[in-house]
Design a protein around this ligand. Structure first.
Ligand code: C2G
Length: 130
């Protein structure tokens, strides 16, 4: 069974997130998603609309997702890969090259980011009605 893992905040869940998870799952048999905790988003300097529990609940409900774990820090990835016996680490291309050190532990693939959609873009759209 090929196990895949990916990480993210997944705030204001949108089709860019969905297409990432769909493609990540298509590369294996079992997809683990590590959802950033509110505390870690502070460290990432990422303002979130929804708290961890709600973001994790939505990700858990996605049919491509088999397991959700919390992402507490930048450093946990190697432990996650080892403890969950992960074969493939996947991230969107905005992270291209940033996690290449994980190639020592598993396959690393960056998938094309879906253009024109982002959590911050959605907020702007709602604020300015365009
Ligand atoms: N994504 C995408 N297309 C978009 C928006 C996001 O493919 N239009 C992908 C990102 O590349 C990422 C995933 O969806 O792989 C989650 O995106 P975010 O929630 O923005 O995650 P991020 O804040 O980048 O956190 O340790 C890694 C970090 O936790 C990643």
């Amino acid at each position: 069974m090929k196990k895949v893992i990916t990480y993210g905040t997944f705030d204001l869940f949108h089709y860019g997130h969905l297409r990432l998870l769909e493609r990540a799952k298509s590369l294996g048999d079992y997809l683990i998603v590590a959802v950033s905790t509110d505390e870690f988003n502070e460290i990432k300097n990422k303002k979130c609309t929804y708290p961890f529990e709600e973001r994790a609940e939505i990700v858990k409900a996605i049919k491509y997702v088999d397991e959700v774990i919390p992402e507490h820090n930048w450093e946990q990835k190697v432990n996650d890969i080892r403890s969950h016996k992960v074969d493939l680490f996947v991230m969107g291309s905005d992270w291209e090259g940033k996690f290449d050190e994980l190639k020592e532990f598993c396959e690393v693939v960056y998938l094309e980011r879906t253009p024109e959609i982002s959590s911050s873009g959605i907020k702007t759209k709602i604020k300015h009605g365009k």
